[in-house]
Ligand binder design. Structure first.
Ligand code: M1P
Length: 218
């Protein structure tokens, strides 16, 4: 049976929404129509958001006026659920460094920085490793690259497979750390523990016993 907190909703289901590209255009604000639609939906079912970015960015995208985004949703999952809220209250959070540990992280980051130092690519800028709560993001050109420099690197990488070769070596050398190396954007790749994708948030809703969970994402 669904938990008492949701017993009064006519439909005992949970509907989860991705943020970028679903509730709002990537990194932009959601429209008032979407927010209104979510309010109507919440009268029927439990609702939640599951975004990859941090809570500050998601709040900017989904907040309306002075209303806190966490009051508009039954579940709020930033960084895919590493930061999690249920009915406005925080649940246990998790971080990359807590899980990997300082010693192994330093071994990994030292290897990465040496590898980038020895790499010959047309240009390098700055911020080659960005340390985030739930992952590290590694960029051979550096995250300070301009838009034009990004586009140029992306084209260069398509031809020379800089990132693909890099992650292959990392997977081989650091397999014991159970990390996922994911090439997603234009100039970088993300590194995070296996399973820390959108499914991570599901562990936070198990206890509520919803009849079904639906996910809408791009
Ligand atoms: O959303 C995909 C990726 O977008 C950015 O990548 P890049 O800077 O390489 O274009 C980063 O935010 C990255 O973490 C993310 O996976």
């Amino acid at each position: 049976m669904v938990s008492a907190d949701f017993a009064e909703r006519p439909v005992k289901k949970l509907v989860l929404f991705d943020v970028d590209g679903t509730l709002s255009p990537a990194r932009q604000r959601a429209s008032p129509e979407i927010i209104q639609l979510l309010r109507e939906l919440r009268k029927q079912v439990a609702i939640g958001f599951v975004g990859g970015s941090d809570l500050v960015k998601i709040s900017e995208q989904l907040s309306v006026g002075d209303i806190n985004v966490l009051e508009e949703f039954d579940f709020g999952f930033a960084e895919n659920g590493l930061t999690a809220y249920r009915l406005g209250k925080p649940l246990e959070s998790q971080s990359f460094i807590k899980t990997v540990g300082e010693k192994d992280y330093q071994e990994l980051v030292n290897f990465i920085l040496h590898y980038i130092a020895d790499m010959n690519i047309p240009i390098k800028r700055g911020t080659f490793v960005e340390f985030r709560n739930g992952m590290i993001n590694v960029s051979p050109i550096g995250r300070n690259a301009t838009v034009q420099e990004r586009n140029d690197f992306e084209a260069y990488d398509k031809e020379h497979h800089v990132r693909a070769d890099f992650v292959e070596i990392l997977r081989e050398k650091f397999g014991r750390l159970n990390l996922t190396f994911s090439i997603g954007g234009q100039i970088s790749f993300d590194v995070f523990p296996h399973g820390w994708d959108k499914t991570y948030c599901l562990r936070h809703v198990e206890k509520d016993n919803f009849e079904e969970i639906h996910f809408f994402g791009d």
